[in-house]
Write a protein that binds this ligand. Structure first.
Ligand code: TYD
Length: 209
C-alpha cells in the first residue's frame, strides 16, 4: 500500500487555518476520501498533557529552550502514536501545525535560532517530514483582531505575546516559505473564508490525485 499524504496547515494566530482544516476534513469525508484530522501540540493524551503545560498562562517563567523541547516532545509522541500508523495505512493526515511552527515561533520569533530548532526536530521526526505545508498568511493586526472577536476561544500563553513577536512569527514563516517553495503553498488568508476554502480545496484535491 502507498503511504498516505501528510498535509500540514501552518500560520500565525487568527489565520483561520483551524477553521479551514475542519471544512476540508468534512469535504474529504463527504467525498469518501480516507483521512483524519489532528493538531499540535496535542492530538493524543500525552501530547495534550504537554500542551497544557506549554500553553498555561501561569507559566510565565518558562525558558525558551524548555518551550522548544516540550513542543518537540509532544510532536514526537503524537507522530509515533497517531500520525505514522495512519500514514502507513494509506490514510491522508491533515495536521494543524507541525515542524515549521517550531521554526517560525521558537527558532525565529523567540530567537533560539532556526538551525538549533531544526536539529532537535530532525532528531524527533526523522524521515516523517510533511508532504505539503499550506501557509495561511495574515497580518498579525487582522489575525489578532479575529481572535478578540471570537470570544469563545481560550486565550493561551503565546497569544499574550506582544505584537512584535507575532510580526516576527510572520517574518519567520516568510523566510521558511522562500527557502522551501517546493514544500510550501502560501495562501492569502485575509480573503473571506469561502475564498480561502475554495483555494485550499483545489490545492488539496490536485495534490492527492
Ligand atoms: P492553539 O490554540 O492551537 O493556536 P492556533 O489555533 O493558533 O494553532 O495554540 C498553539 C500555540 O502554540 C500557538 O500560539 C502556536 C504555538 N506553537 C509554537 O509556538 N510552536 C510549535 O511548534 C507549535 C506546534 C505551536
Amino acid at each position: 500500500m502507498n503511504r498516505g499524504k501528510f498535509i500540514v496547515f501552518e500560520g500565525g494566530e487568527g489565520s483561520g487555518k483551524s477553521t479551514i482544516l475542519e471544512m476540508i476534513y468534512e469535504y474529504l469525508i463527504e467525498n469518501n476520501i480516507n483521512c483524519i484530522k489532528t493538531r499540535e501540540p496535542g492530538g493524543i493524551q500525552i501530547s495534550e498533557d504537554i500542551r497544557k503545560i506549554i500553553l498555561d498562562t501561569k507559566n510565565t517563567s518558562m525558558d525558551g529552550k524548555t518551550e522548544a523541547l516540550l513542543y518537540t516532545a509532544a510532536r514526537r509522541q503524537h507522530l509515533v502514536e497517531r500520525v505514522v500508523p495512519k500514514l502507513n495505512d494509506g490514510v491522508i493526515v491533515l495536521c494543524d501545525r507541525f515542524i515549521y511552527s517550531s521554526l517560525a515561533y521558537q527558532g525565529y520569533a523567540r530567537g533560539i535560532g532556526m538551525s538549533d530548532i531544526y536539529q532537535i526536530n530532525k532528531f524527533a521526526v526523522g524521515e516523517y517530514m510533511p508532504d505539503l505545508n499550506i501557509l495561511f498568511d495574515v497580518s498579525p493586526q487582522i489575525g489578532l483582531s479575529r481572535i478578540n472577536k471570537n470570544k469563545g476561544r481560550e486565550v493561551n500563553r503565546l497569544d499574550l505575546e506582544k505584537m512584535d513577536f507575532h510580526n516576527k512569527v510572520r517574518e519567520g514563516y516568510h523566510k521558511l516559505y522562500e527557502g522551501n517553495k517546493d514544500k510550501f503553498i502560501k495562501i492569502d488568508a485575509e480573503k473571506s473564508i469561502e475564498e480561502v476554502f475554495s483555494e485550499v480545496k483545489e490545492i488539496i484535491i490536485n495534490f492527492i490525485e
